[in-house]
Write a protein that binds this ligand. Sequence first.
Ligand code: C2E
Ligand code: CA
Ligand code: CA
Ligand code: CA
Length: 279
Amino acid sequence: VKDEGRNGYCFYTPDMNSDMSDRIEIEHQLRGALERNELSLNYQPIYCLHNKKLMGVEVLLRWNNGVLGSIPPDKFIPIAEQTGLIIPIGEWIIRQACLQGLAWNKDCGENYRIALNVSPRQFRNGHIVQVLLRVLDETGFDPSLLVIEITEGLLIRNDKNTAQTLSRIKAMGITLSMDDFGTGYSSLSYLKQFPFDIIKIDQSFVRELADDPGDQQLVTAAVAMAKGLGLKVIAEGVETDFQASYLTSAGCDALQGYFLGYPVTAEEFMAKVIPPKEF
Ligand code: C2E
Ligand code: CA
Ligand code: CA
Ligand code: CA
């Protein structure tokens, strides 16, 4: 998004040219990314604070392109969303992640949960429901182990369709998680309107937890409110010992962040993360 001028006009800057051609190049390369096998998934562990065990993973998309190199999701997912490329890519992610979860759970005899990020575009016309039904049917993955993470961006449209689609997903036995909780301005009213099971406290509230009493208060209040509504709380972006202890005593149910584990490939996950870890 470009900076807007005083009167809300969008001024043309030299930067814009290169932004625009970056965009076009990204879009061009992204069109062939699936066929060229350039997309992959990383898995970041989420630890349960009640039994101190690995609870599951968040699935994070990675793209390594021959021309552009490795491009962060924040840069290409919005383009995938605008161009509709997120539709085939999104289905690939869901299938790939379910197959991976199935393989781990079979190998380890565990029931790790798989949390997926889903874009608003995938919700259009209830498309996501068809995809989930298809993939669950094809793979046999247990829907009660699937978590869908949704940001407020989706809920802002707040149409009947969204509510209906979320209810249908929930009725399939899938868990709904509100991502980046607290960053939008209507998080609370959305919790009331939509059938969420989990909130993920955004990393912006965790980052300065050690020095910011305001953030400490907000985290405490968010946990109390979530508990009152019968929701579970996951804190993300946990990078330090202090943050982990604070969030644990504040009553969070689970933690995710570099302090506990980076996002890694499936192979690394199997080799290094699944073996029990002390924290
Ligand atoms: P998100 O869903 O909020 O994901 C968490 C982001 O925080 C990830 O960035 C993760 O690598 C990063 N992270 C995890 N722990 C820490 C930590 O301790 N400290 C810090 N500073 N960061 C941490 P990533 O992988 O670059 O993804 C960025 C965003 O891109 C995600 O934010 C999500 O909105 C989107 N995204 C990623 N994968 C997918 C996907 O498969 N589908 C969709 N629709 N969006 C995705
Ligand atoms: Ca997420
Ligand atoms: Ca998040
Ligand atoms: Ca985010």
